[in-house]
Ligand binder design. Structure first.
Ligand code: AP5
Ligand code: MG
Length: 225
């Protein structure tokens, strides 16, 4: 059994289920969840300079510029808990980010074990976003219809208050989808070419998606699932 760190990437459009599945896969793989959107929201909550800069882009449904995003994620990956690897959710999102990640991992003697691409049709994404609720404390994702908490408005994990994200308004979501198609979709070909991409049908119940993701991880070099 290899002890090589496992860096796994989740790619998919807004509301495809990256956060929902990441919470499950991180437990299985015993690696931290590194979600660029969550990191930005944490900065925003703490009113840091980075958070205030990022917030303006997020509110419009645009990508935060690469020079801000890459530095923030690389700093997170250099912390001790990522020595065993990490599950990256929402990063990389541009070719420049993917190249920066390849470079930094290579410098550390590491590589990407698998890229899991969660595919979901657009009309399903809009429905998911409108019912999504997020825990203010731990960031856990719920859905009022598809994945409701035990007590409405309260997180099952830590009792935190559930809220609706500011960028989940239908108009902003359409912009996020357009940005995804233009700037993030090219990453699918980038990783397919490297032979590390697995395509997952995200338009099925949450447990079925998890099962497909686990099978893809087992078939990759990430064998300790
Ligand atoms: P980010 O937070 O990454 O948002 P996103 O990619 O748009 O994805 P979401 O978090 O909206 O969706 P998800 O795939 O995690 O779905 P979830 O599991 O919650 O980014 C936000 C913003 O930050 C960006 O717009 C940008 O401005 C900035 N940013 C972030 N990273 C950046 C980067 N690298 N570069 C530049 N800018 C960056 O599920 C959605 C809903 O569906 C939930 O309600 C859930 O319960 C439900 N659901 C999940 N799975 C299923 C299922 N199988 N069936 C039914 N319902 C389901
Ligand atoms: Mg998310």
């Amino acid at each position: 059994m290899s002890n090589e760190p496992r860096f796994v990437i989740l790619i998919g459009p807004p509301a495809s289920g990256k956060g929902t599945q990441a919470a499950r896969l991180c437990q299985l793989l015993n690696i931290p969840h590194v979600a660029s959107g969550d990191l930005f929201r944490e900065h925003l909550k703490n009113k840091t300079e980075l958070g205030l800069k990022a917030g303006a882009y997020m509110e419009r449904g645009e990508l935060v510029p690469d020079e801000i995003t890459i530095g923030m994620v690389m700093e997170r990956l250099s912390r001790p808990d990522c020595a065993a690897g990490a599950l990256l959710d929402g990063f990389p999102r541009t070719i420049a980010q993917a190249e920066a990640l390849d470079r930094v991992l290579a410098e550390r003697g590491h590589r990407i074990a698998a890229v899991l691409y969660i595919k979901v049709p657009d009309q399903v994404l809009i429905e998911r976003v409108s019912g999504r609720r997020i825990c203010r404390t731990c960031g856990e994702s719920y859905h009022i219809k598809f994945n409701p908490p035990q007590v409405p408005g309260v997180c099952d994990r830590d009792g935190g208050e559930l809220y609706q994200r500011d960028d989940d308004k239908e108009e902003t979501v359409r912009k996020r989808l357009q940005v995804y198609r233009e700037q993030t979709d090219p990453l699918v070909a980038y990783y397919r070419q490297q032979g590390i991409l697995a395509e997952i049908n995200g338009d099925q119940p949450i447990d079925a998606v998890t099962a497909e993701l686990r099978a893809a991880l087992a078939a990759s070099s990430c064998t300790r699932v």
